[in-house]
Design a binder for this molecule. Structure first.
Ligand code: ZN
Length: 162
């Protein structure tokens, strides 16, 4: 287990298409463990392979609902409804912005034993699934931001000045 370096916006690796995982190996299991460690250390709710420099279709998610989700080769097969909320990304430190996403998704993926399963997500989980799956195809949420990308600390500073 180890903390890996999180790649940030401007790094070309974040714009690349990831390759699917064909078989589970000890290296990939280690990568998944490291991704959880790295995500928790950075107080994130999701992380995707390219964010730690690995162009593989692997996503980890923990939205504090008691589950640790691992999505390998995920594919969103159904989406409905919509939600608009502030979104951020560990690869875009100190920023957030308003993004509209589906409110409900079903994703088909493989687990750590390479067994296929489907996961249904609503609200924050749906948002996290969409956000992380986009990373696997070289996309960042900043492409979807409505209006300006904001400085996370701007509001805090304003409040402190009042
Ligand atoms: Zn992200």
């Amino acid at each position: 287990m180890a903390i890996r370096q999180i790649r940030t916006i401007g790094d070309e690796i974040l714009t690349k298409e990831c390759k699917p995982v064909r078989e589970m190996t000890s290296r990939i299991r280690e990568l998944i463990d490291d991704m959880f460690d790295t995500m928790y250390e950075a107080n994130g709710v999701g992380l995707a392979g390219p964010q730690v420099g690995v162009l593989r279709q692997i996503v980890t998610i923990d939205i504090d609902d008691g589950n640790q989700y691992v999505l390998i080769n995920p594919e969103i097969i159904e989406e409905s409804g919509s939600q608009t909320a502030l979104e951020g990304c560990l690869s875009v430190p100190g920023k957030n912005g308003m993004v509209t996403r589906p409110n409900h998704v079903i994703v088909r993926a493989y687990d750590e034993n390479m067994e296929q399963f489907e996961l249904e997500g609503e609200e924050l989980l749906a948002r996290a699934i969409c956000h992380e799956c986009a990373h696997l195809h070289g996309h960042l949420y900043v492409e979807l931001v409505e209006g300006e990308l904001r400085d996370v600390n701007a509001e805090a500073t304003e409040e402190a000045e009042e």
